[in-house]
Design a protein around this ligand. Structure first.
Ligand code: FES
Ligand code: FES
Length: 218
């Protein structure tokens, strides 16, 4: 008898059980406010759908989606807000950075249903009508991009970072933790923006743009 053949079904069932159990546990802890609903016509064992109210750039959107949907996919696939980019899809590049209640977050690493009712700002919501956000204007003025794929994440991240710095949050390179500098040096900007990768290596221009914008009311 083929030993592998006799073992395969048992291993498959076991692996699926582990995955389904883990997913269910994650959903139960991650859905404090989103409503779960199971369609009775669903096949036995299918996952429930979830409803969530996402407030994006000042507009409210009621969505019904697979509860495993990341915030990034909800923005891009459900709301057609494609300014937030998917670079790595696992938290390494920062191209997906958005602001939630003013704080930056990698949208690929968080589930949409975890942000019911919170205020989400994407790159599409930063400008004031036809007037660019100071960071957008500074990126243009300093050529802070080449291909542009990382740029929306860079700008959203910079907006959150400048707010952090203004609120006295120190970074890894801050000398005096008790009195973080209000003026951002190049080293401070580079460290605080280290979660945003630019494959075109436009870093000197990005730093210059952020430095200019840090002197404005962002
Ligand atoms: Fe989210 Fe890369 S796509 S960090
Ligand atoms: Fe191309 Fe940053 S401008 S990846």
């Amino acid at each position: 008898m083929d030993h592998n053949q006799s073992l395969t079904p048992t291993l498959e069932v076991s692996r699926r059980t582990v995955i389904e159990t883990g997913t269910t546990a994650l959903l139960l802890t991650a859905l404090p406010r989103a409503a779960l609903a199971r369609d009775p016509s669903d096949a036995v064992g299918s996952l429930p759908s979830a409803t969530v109210e996402l407030s994006v750039n000042g507009r409210s959107h009621a969505l019904t989606l697979d509860p495993r949907t990341t915030l990034l996919d909800a923005l891009r696939e459900h709301l057609a807000l494609t300014g937030s980019k998917k670079g790595c899809d696992h938290g390494q590049c920062g191209a997906c950075t958005v602001l939630i209640d003013g704080r930056r977050i990698n949208a690929c690493l968080t589930l949409a249903v975890m942000h019911d009712g919170q205020s989400i700002t994407t790159i599409e919501g930063l400008a004031n009508g036809e007037t660019m956000h100071p960071l957008q204007a500074a990126f243009v003025a300093h050529d802070g991009f080449q291909c542009g794929y990382c740029t929306s994440g860079q700008i959203c991240s910079a907006a959150g970072m400048l707010a952090e710095a203004r609120n006295g949050m120190p970074s890894y390179v801050t000398d005096d933790l008790a009195h973080p500098a209000t003026e951002l040096t190049d080293a401070e900007i580079r460290e605080r923006m280290s979660g945003n990768i630019c494959r075109c290596a436009a870093y000197p221009n990005i730093v210059a743009a952020i430095k200019q914008a840090s002197g404005t009311s962002t």
